[in-house]
Design a protein around this ligand. Structure first.
Ligand code: AHR
Length: 504
């Protein structure tokens, strides 16, 4: 096949073959006290759109449009040195602290109760991360008592005195963050972490048996301790936890765009390996429960371009990790979403890291506007149309060679049956220069028409949205896709994210 020539792809959409039902928590995101994610991101008292509580209304509107369902908070690396008590009570009495993780100053004017206000107004579920770096089970149970106990004890009454009579009722808790990483405050061996996570989990369940707990898995699949870490941690924690976490960030290196566009191969291998490890421990322990995966940090992040030595030190809300995403990055994000959907039987929570300004789909200027990065669009599409039954579609297509992953399919796709009559097909064309002719057998689904073919593509793969040009890259409707006699045909432009809405 020569460059520019059309490539071919096929798949079958048959509701009889399903992966599973998507958990709404699959479309989560992440707010960390890092850079401008909180301060001048979601919270900016004095901004022209700020509400009385200091939350930016323009950002809230975009968060709702993005379709986020769950938000992890308050970190990240930040949480491993955090004292949650610093962020509650009268704002003027809260301490300013150094945050060693990001070499910043934290004012603490936004904390737990402000976050709970944010989740309420944004209509999302909170996922709270605990400090198991510099702290342990005692502080975790006190925080849980503050949040979830109705009253009549010091910690629960403290919450009530802070104006929250009704308990927050937070269900989802992460037992620390990336404690396998030597960069993490309180970094631990798998044995050390496994023990403290198990003990923290036990104590937390004594306080509130209804909590759902996430043990820390590996910070990425290239960690030298990968898989052994999960194995040891799960041997200690299996009976106490519901999830194990995965984190992964991808970037284009040395102009190797084909490998970058195939990043989902790594994510797929990561999930399969963690699931296999969970099931191995389950078999060994003869345990009836299946531990699920919380992919609670994932995204494109140009980490190699970062030079911490040149970044601002000990400032409040500095500009950190403000990656400006291209069309190519958005297609990779779409492909990673497809991977999460294709594994929805075991991945039951996931968080795009992060939500605003910091490697984020939403950008803001202090005192100025908020806008959508390119990566906003695939996430919003998946969050809007990805709830339902994920079907096993077994795509086949022209393949090409990549330096990192060998031969891969040009088509990466999945389909979600939203209701009896509606199917959404999510598809990525990984070729940078060839359109992809897709033929799908939709007879079993009974689809008779294409309601819309929505596409994100651009002749310039480096095109981005910026403050000066916030709408440079936007999705558009594409004509030409059709269903005839049970066969869907559509052409996917080179390097594109596609959503095909099919109806009976
Ligand atoms: O999301 C940015 C950082 O990436 C988080 O703080 C950390 O958990 C991960 O390494």
């Amino acid at each position: 096949m020569t460059h520019g020539e059309t490539a071919r792809a096929s798949l079958t959409i048959d509701p009889a073959f399903e992966v599973g039902e998507t958990n709404p928590r699959l479309f989560g995101s992440f707010v960390e006290h890092l850079g401008r994610c909180v301060h001048t991101g979601i919270h900016e008292p004095g901004h022209p759109t700020a509400r009385e509580d200091g939350l930016r209304q323009d950002v809230l509107d975009l968060v709702r449009e993005l379709g986020v369902t769950l938000v992890r908070y308050p970190g990240g690396n930040f949480v491993s040195g955090y004292r949650w008590e610093d962020g509650v009570g009268p704002v003027e009495q809260r301490p300013r602290r150094l945050d060693p993780a990001w070499r910043s100053v934290e004012t603490n004017e936004f904390g737990l109760n402000e976050f709970m206000r944010f989740v309420e107004v944004a209509g999302v579920e909170p996922m709270m991360a605990l400090n198991l770096g510099t702290r342990g089970p005692q502080e975790a149970r006190e925080l849980l008592e503050y949040c979830n106990h109705p009253g009549g004890t010091t910690w629960s009454d403290l919450r009530r005195s802070h104006g929250h009579d009704t308990p927050h009722g937070i269900r989802s808790w992460c037992l620390g963050n990336e404690l396998d990483g030597p960069w993490q405050m309180g970094h631990k061996t798998a044995e050390e972490y496994g023990r403290v996570a198990a003990e923290t989990a036990r104590v937390m369940r004594m306080v509130d048996p209804g909590v759902q707990l996430v043990a820390c898995g590996s910070s990425n699949s290239a960690m030298p301790t990968f898989a052994a870490w999960e194995h040891t941690v799960l041997e200690h924690t299996y009976e106490h936890v519901d999830h194990i976490s995965c984190h992964a960030y991808y970037e284009e290196t040395d102009g190797d765009v084909d490998s970058f566009l195939a990043s989902a191969e790594d994510m797929e291998h990561f999930i399969d390996s963690v699931v296999a490890t969970c099931d191995h421990v389950r078999a060994k322990l003869r345990h009836p429960k299946r531990v699920e995966v919380s992919f609670d940090e994932w995204n494109v992040w140009y980490r190699r371009l970062r030079d911490p030595a040149t970044e601002p030190a000990w400032e409040v809300a500095p500009r950190l990790l403000e990656d400006n995403y291209t069309l190519t990055d958005a297609v990779v994000v779409g492909s990673l979403l497809i991977t999460l959907l294709r594994h929805c039987d075991r991945v039951t929570a996931a968080c795009l890291a992060q939500l605003v300004n910091v490697i984020a789909p939403i950008m803001t200027e202090p005192g100025g506007p908020a806008w959508r990065q390119t990566t906003f669009y695939p996430f919003a599409d998946a969050a809007r149309h990805g709830h339902g039954r994920v079907l096993r579609v077994e795509p086949r297509s022209t393949r090409h060679d990549t330096a990192q992953y060998g031969e891969v399919d040009l088509l990466h796709a999945t389909a979600v049956q939203q209701d009896e009559d509606t199917v959404a097909v999510f598809a990525v064309n990984r070729s940078t220069d060839r359109p992809l002719d897709l033929v799908a057998d939709v007879r079993a689904a009974g689809s008779t028409r294409v309601v819309e073919h929505r596409v994100l593509a651009d002749p310039d793969r480096h095109a981005r949205n910026t403050l000066a040009e916030p709408d440079r890259v936007r999705p558009r409707r594409l004509d030409g896709a059709a269903v005839e006699s049970g066969t869907l045909t559509a052409t996917l432009p080179p390097l594109s994210w596609n959503v095909l809405h099919l109806r009976r």
